[in-house]
Design a protein around this ligand. Structure first.
Ligand code: C5P
Length: 209
């Protein structure tokens, strides 16, 4: 028996995180939000007052990162996502984190991994690949509501600008840019609620297994 890998990629606020957690629960698999690994490196650097763009320093932080110690609530902050996308452009940071992510995926019974390069780099042989998208406007609207309902302050225009800047950085970088794997199934959630998106994703996984 080989471990089963389900690869989920897509831009920020596409809904891939919620989908991944629900798919993992549905199919009895473990789940890794690989965005948290880049966030964990960024947070470690910020906490130690270290620069975000020194590859030697950031690689060391990536090698020392403990996947078991990643705390969603601490790492969720918007500014950390922005910092994460800056450390994520450095090839040696990516190599160190991808190695840990591959090890996570290799353990039985398998795992759902979500991120930007799962179908293309981390698990290129995954039998199930989903690419989850939504328009920048819809994603900004979702993120904006989330921030406001958590008591935060932001304007929709500001959030939209952030979403577009992060997309440009993630899709434009030289190493492992965000793009659908050639064999990925596209799921556009612009006009779907999360329940409908989950039912579509589940049906796709069942068909592929
Ligand atoms: O998904 P999340 O917003 O938590 O990811 C934060 C940043 O980490 C992304 O904007 C991206 O630059 C980077 N990332 C990545 N590859 C992944 C997951 C996240 O480059 N597999």
């Amino acid at each position: 028996e080989k471990p089963l890998a389900i690869a989920i990629d897509g831009p920020a606020a596409s809904g891939k995180g919620t989908l991944s957690r629900r798919l993992a629960a549905e199919f009895g698999l473990r789940h890794l939000d690989t965005g948290l690994t880049y966030r964990g490196v960024a947070k470690a650097l910020i906490d130690q007052g270290l620069p975000l763009d020194d590859e030697d320093i950031a690689e060391k932080a990536a090698l020392e990162l403990d996947l078991g110690g990643l705390d969603r609530t601490v790492l969720a902050e918007h500014g950390i996502g922005e910092a994460a996308s800056r450390v994520a452009v450095m090839p040696r940071v990516r190599r160190a984190l991808v190695e840990k992510q591959k090890q996570f995926a290799a353990a039985m019974p398998g795992a759902v991994l979500d991120g930007r390069d799962i179908g293309t780099v981390v698990c290129p042989d995954a039998p199930v690949k989903l690419y989850v998208t939504a328009s920048a406007e819809v994603r900004a609207e979702r993120r904006f509501r989330e921030i406001v309902s958590n008591g935060g302050e932001a304007t929709y225009e500001q959030v939209l600008e952030d979403v577009k800047r992060r997309d440009a950085r993630d899709m434009g970088r030289a190493d492992s840019p965000l793009r659908p794997a050639p064999d990925a199934h596209l799921l556009d959630t612009s006009e779907m609620d999360i329940e409908t998106a989950f039912l579509e994703a589940r049906a796709f996984v069942e068909k592929a297994l």
